[in-house]
Design a protein around this ligand. Sequence first.
Ligand SMILES: *[C@@H]1O[C@H](CO)[C@@H](O)[C@H](O)[C@H]1NC(C)=O
Ligand SMILES: *[C@@H]1O[C@H](CO)[C@@H](O)[C@H](O)[C@H]1NC(C)=O
Ligand SMILES: *[C@@H]1O[C@H](CO)[C@@H](O)[C@H](O)[C@H]1NC(C)=O
Ligand SMILES: CC(=O)N[C@H]1CO[C@H](CO)[C@@H](O)[C@@H]1O
Length: 668
Amino acid sequence: MAAAKRSLHFSVILYLCLISIAIAQDENQFIYHGFNEAKLRLGGIANVLPSGLLQLTNISEIQTGRAFYQFPIKFNISSSQSLSFSTNFVFAVVPPEFDLSGQGMAFVISPTTDFSKAVATGYLGLFNISNNGHSTNHIFAVELDTVQSVEFEDINGNHVGIDVNSLTSVDSAPAAYFSDKEGKNESLDLASGNPTQIWIDYNGVEKLLNVTLAPIRIPKPKKPLLSKLIDLSEILLDSMYVGFSASTGTRESEHYILGWSFNETGQSQSLDISKLPSLPPTRKASGKTDPLIIILPVAALVVLIIIGGAVYIVRKKKYEEVSEEWEKEYGPHRLSYKNLYEATKGFKDKEVIGQGGFGKVYRGVLPSSNVQIAVKRITLDLDQGMKQFVAEIVSMGRLRHRNLVQLQGYSRRKGELLLVYEYMPNGSLDKILYSNKKPGLNWFQRFQILRGVASGLLYLHEECEQVVLHRDIKPGNILLDGDLNAKLGDFGFARLYDHGSHPQTTNLVGTVGYLAPEMLKTGKATTGTDVYAFGVCMLVVACGRKPIELGKENLVDWVVDFWYRGDILDASDPRLEGIYDRGQMSLVLKLGLYCLDYNPETRPSMKQVMQYLDGDAVLPNVAPESFMIAGFTTSNEAYETADSFQSSGENSATHIFSAIDSSITTGN
Ligand SMILES: *[C@@H]1O[C@H](CO)[C@@H](O)[C@H](O)[C@H]1NC(C)=O
Ligand SMILES: *[C@@H]1O[C@H](CO)[C@@H](O)[C@H](O)[C@H]1NC(C)=O
Ligand SMILES: *[C@@H]1O[C@H](CO)[C@@H](O)[C@H](O)[C@H]1NC(C)=O
Ligand SMILES: CC(=O)N[C@H]1CO[C@H](CO)[C@@H](O)[C@@H]1O
């Protein structure tokens, strides 16, 4: 009995060996229906399932998976022969929920199979922030992307793209195939969970690359989806590996390859669909009717229980949160992830109202109360810093002031923190201030906004139990409610940078143009550095322009120049058309400059600023000259440093810090 079994095993193995010998006699040509016997180099979480399916990723968050043909392919770039290749494969992207797929996968030709430094999420396990876009990568890929990554200029969340050394595609198209029968394009959902076939053909004489897609039962369409003139001999090297890479982010999919055919010298062999392994059963349990009537109800019941169980698990996973003992004390602030998920319609891109250094801000409506909220979704996996950070942020929720954006609650899942704030219908000050849309802000509104911000900042500095520094005061963090009342957002938030792993960023917090000179030297934030940033805001609001603009004198010098040449009021925003209270305008401009004193000791406190704005104190009489000597104002170092960031104004903080962000996760 045992012997018979063994010999059966033996003959199966022999048979399989014979097949694989027959298949892989030529290293530059192979065909696999299932991958049990395939010669592959697997990386990341990639795995060949017992059925023969090549599973690149499962639904774990923020993972990569890769599989390459074991031997390098000789592309003979240097010989006179022209480089051509042809490949086709069948893939399937199975999301846990139909509207939540991520991130995507790619067919890759690469000089190496070592992608240990590459990042998941939008980077598809191929690149990281520092090598993305470098011609030294020698990487060619065709991406099947199911998430729109704004930073890579993706056209949508369901596209095919041709990538050369970078995730910003040289060409891309929404996933579709040309139906020869109908004579028109039919769109395809990459993440439908159904197997899809793709052909990638390159002819090195014409230098033409074709990418063609079709559902599995449809023969190769006559017209390719993408047809691109491209000289791959300039990109590829002589000896290259071919294979696949896939990644997941905070959204995740299972990525499968069912079969794969490759030929370096001619047309790749067609795959025989009937030989492909089948996908694991999905939640849509296929109801094969059983003729036995007695078994039927039982089977139905079992299926029902399985579906029920699966739905329960999927839902549980979908709404899974992380909660720890220490969070109990913040009890009432804690909101359920499910609630926020529903409030933001599943974090739909359409609901995004802002994007900061750490993640997106979504508009939402709480289903229970119909109250509008803004949800900041921060992706991080700093488990060490997370605890302290969450504690800090949440304790900020105790701070209450008319001119602070109120934190209403938070929620936490693995690698994700969600902060819920009151919704600000008029958005951030910079959007209204720098746009030419009518109606802009009149002087009365601008003055009230500055007064509001000053009042909020005074509260943080002097009226709370302990001094709270804002650290990143700028128009982008000043939010406006429906009545244009100003509210400071993101206070205390900048401390997150302290918990970041980037040494450079520990010191520099804030936004170039709003950074006090001593901040650049010591990296230390004080109430004085907040006052400095508020001073810049006063000038920005009065003049209606950014502190640093390309090809323009910096704002501070510009204001001082007007003053020196005669009338400081000439610096006022031309969009006001001269309609303003001259006393207030002059006060705002001069007080703004006063707050920019090079010496932090000499800057007014927020209490004094408030008194000046309310007319309860009179600004000391200074001549413009005093702002021009002895580095009183413009702190040229600040601008030189700014130049070294190669940035122009407001976005610079995001620019500096996006490095942390992307290297951790996102790209969603
Ligand atoms: C990015 O990847 C390259 C190539 O693998 C590696 O040399 C580099 O150190 C990586 N950079 C980061 C920031 O991980
Ligand atoms: C089909 O789609 C391709 C790629 O997007 C496009 O170039 C072509 O014009 C479309 N053809 C038709 C008939 O719409
Ligand atoms: C690419 O597609 C074009 C247009 O259908 C066709 O003329 C050409 O022969 C194709 N090239 C390859 C390499 O398949
Ligand atoms: C200047 C501006 O955009 N004002 C808007 C603020 O919000 C209210 C209510 O949503 C609008 O009516 C204003 O036009």
